[in-house]
Design a protein around this ligand. Sequence first.
Ligand SMILES: Cc1cc2nc3c(=O)[nH]c(=O)nc-3n(C[C@H](O)[C@H](O)[C@H](O)COP(=O)(O)OP(=O)(O)OC[C@H]3O[C@@H](n4cnc5c(N)ncnc54)[C@H](O)[C@@H]3O)c2cc1C
Length: 438
Amino acid sequence: MINLPNDDKSCGWYSVLPPAEPATKLAATQKADYAIIGAGFAGLAAARRLAELKPNARIILVDAQRVAEGASGRNSGFVIDLPHKFSLEHPDPELKQKLLGLNRTAIAQLQGLVDKYNIDCQWSAAGKYQGAVGSRGEAHLNHFEQLMKNLGETYRWVEKEELTKVLGTNYYSRAIFTPGSYLMQPAALVQGMGKNLPKNIELLEESPIRDLQKSDGKWILHGDHGTIITPKVLLATSIFTKEFGYLKNRLLPVMTFASWTRPLTDEEMKRYKGELDWGLTPADHAGTTLRMTADRRILIRNTYKHVPKYGKSIGNETRQWVQTDHRRAFLARYPDLADVPLTHTWGGIYAISRNFTNFFGQLEDGIYASACDNGVGAAWGTISGTLMADLVVGADSQNLADIQYVTGMPNLNPPEPLLGLGVKFRINLAKWQSRSEL
Ligand SMILES: Cc1cc2nc3c(=O)[nH]c(=O)nc-3n(C[C@H](O)[C@H](O)[C@H](O)COP(=O)(O)OP(=O)(O)OC[C@H]3O[C@@H](n4cnc5c(N)ncnc54)[C@H](O)[C@@H]3O)c2cc1C
């Protein structure tokens, strides 16, 4: 028996979407030229690219949940061009330039889809603030500045006075603004992409795949009420890839949590005093991510948990203290909005590896995967899904060569109980070190 996604139903982004049409589910025996499991950023991009490259092929995209119910629809909505902070510190400058190029290709691709299908998802070229609260955070920013200089990237220091006017809080002492990140409403973007798939893709939702078996040179994907028979399977299942027996001791399931307010009223906007449509990530990486959406909601994201049993690892008690922590973070920044409630709190799961290396490639004959997004999968999922399709059909490109250059094998994890204890210690240490930015 494999463990399936078990996401909560309290995601704010998803809750404000109009009710989805009834799902088409996997039934009977289906033959496909390609089957993609997982309809997040990676799976949607892989399916789209395959459909372009093989317009006459039958392509099935299948997900255990509705599109946008998984991590791709419940994140903080940053589409980030810069490499992940651990990759930014990589000694190889070529690797960083290639990562930047790949992320920017992904952003252009998403921008193209938003424009083409008129996807209403608050897509915005807003850039990103990286905000420090005290001297420890400012030291991180100094280091970040050096990394930006080494990369030759554009950035700008934002001092407290200007920052206070934008954010509506004087909580932060300084920030570095980088212009290349985009903001969006993740559930709306992902659902919009799911609704506008090319004609030769069949999207099957609420159709968990419980088993992969090989017979007569074909892969058989077993669902609850049907099977898919196909020569080629693309796993776009992020952390759940290990449930199919691949990269089993190399991926770590991490959950992080977000809460948001309802849209502020006109009177509350006067008390808020800041601007709309900005996003801030913490200078110290385990701190709080903060957003003011274009539709006046303040979003708080922080806290990490190691979740070996995915959503089932988190009980009501944990959710309660996460919400209490979010409330505390909100009040520390916006004491004048103390009467504004946090209406939704949700968690989501993604995959990290101990060496922060992404896996991309073939796992065995007919099975391909892009797994381990390290928590920045909006751009990464999009580009790695696209290029996974190129790899499967043998289409050569510079981008494919680049992604093969920047990816590798995630490190093996130590055995339990060492793993659980080690991850808990690392998370708690990072939380303590980032305490001023929580
Ligand atoms: C709270 C939070 C905030 C975040 N903020 C950001 C951010 O601002 N920017 C950013 O870039 N990233 C962010 N992330 C990370 C980002 O959401 C992920 O990196 C990204 O969603 C990964 O995309 P993906 O397509 O690879 O995987 P996923 O979105 O995880 O998609 C995998 C899909 O596989 C499906 N699946 C799994 N098992 C099965 C099965 N057996 N059968 C069928 N289907 C299956 C799942 O239902 C899921 O839909 C955040 C994550 C969280 C949780």
